[in-house]
Design a protein around this ligand. Structure first.
Ligand code: MTE
Length: 323
């Protein structure tokens, strides 16, 4: 994976959490006053859409206070990995505008009683997206704190009535060279694929995400539907999902296919297991701190700080072997 770095961010463009929250209050107020629009202000996210969402619960310990200061919207939407739109961090935010995200359907099949291809609206019908502030740790050593909007993955999967043979869940991204210029390059064996064990997929922290920062998901972040699994390295968070399949055997996954020694199927954040080419003991937040894009190094936590919730899924497993 490339490890390129963006140039430093000027102090004038830095937004701390308090400012974000104030701005969010302001944007909400502005959204109620249609004559005023902040769209077009440099560096500002678009005004929030009226997305229904559940009242913020912190039952999973995923509130902003637990996760730390939020990454700036501008950084979370311009420093991306989405290889279908290029391998540079700034490529997706420039190139992904060509991705048509509506209408969108998802084909669900495999070991389940009710397979079918359903429009996104049907897939999520009756489920109200909730805000979850998650720490996100990329295998490359940087991290972010993002307020996602999504629904528990398990709630969606249950609708298709997986059978007792469904031991894993496989996910596939759209692969359309007309919309995705990056897939002309043989970086990965397209389409992008990811997978989870069924108990991981059913865990309440695993989220199917449709928005971030109170707004619809931008294309570069995986619109209209992506996976977020906060205790795993970011590459498990497959974007722009078009297919979900319940399987008996562990499915193929893109990075594991490409370089199995470097990217395991489980990919749980684990400071005790180094990547073959670098240490995973610490990370740098994309934090908009002073004049720098990256804040100082901090220690990486086992399971990215979610051990209390998820460590029991891996009881008895040798995590150095099953990395
Ligand atoms: N999904 C697809 N389809 N293609 C990709 O290249 N990159 C992964 C993951 N999901 C990727 C993907 C990697 S390596 C990371 S770190 C995260 O998306 C980045 O998510 P973000 O850009 O929203 O921070």
């Amino acid at each position: 994976m490339s490890r390129c770095r963006l140039p430093p961010t000027p102090a004038s463009q830095i937004t701390g959490e308090a400012v974000y929250r104030d701005r969010r209050r302001l944007l909400k107020a502005l959204a109620l006053a249609p004559a005023l629009s902040v769209a077009g202000c440099r560096g500002e996210p678009p005004p929030p859409q009226d997305i229904p969402r559940a009242a913020g619960t912190d039952a999973t310990g995923t509130g902003a206070d637990a996760a730390g200061p939020l990454t700036r919207y501008e950084d979370a939407t311009s420093y991306n990995n989405f290889y279908e739109f290029g391998s540079g961090k700034a490529d997706p935010s420039r190139a992904a505008k060509t991705l048509v995200t509506s209408p969108w359907s998802v084909a669900v099949g495999g070991e389940c009683a009710k397979p079918g291809t359903v429009p996104l609206e049907t897939l999520l019908k009756g489920l109200v997206p909730e805000e979850r502030v998650y720490r996100m740790r990329c295998v490359e050593g940087w991290s972010m704190v993002i307020p996602w909007l999504g629904v528990p993955l398990g709630e969606v999967l249950k609708r298709f009535e997986p059978s007792s043979d469904a031991k894993y869940v496989a996910f596939t991204t759209l692969a359309d060279p007309r919309q995705m210029p990056g897939i002309r390059a043989p970086i990965l064996d397209w389409p992008y694929r990811e997978g989870l064990r069924i108990d991981e997929a059913m865990h309440p922290l695993a989220l199917l995400v449709t928005g971030m920062y109170g707004r619809p998901l931008p294309q570069q972040n995986g619109a209209p539907l992506r996976l977020v699994v906060p205790w795993k390295y970011g590459f498990k968070g497959i974007k722009s999902i078009v297919a979900i399949e319940f399987t008996r055997k562990a499915p193929r996954t893109s990075w594991n296919d490409m370089q199995p020694r470097e990217y395991g199927f489980f990919a749980n954040v684990n400071p005790a297991v180094d990547h073959p080419r670098w240490s995973q003991k610490s990370e740098r937040r994309i934090a908009g701190d002073g004049n720098r894009l990256f804040a100082d190094r901090i220690a990486t936590q086992p399971f990215n700080g979610y051990a209390a919730q998820v460590a029991s899924l891996y009881q008895g497993m040798d995590l150095a072997r099953w990395y």
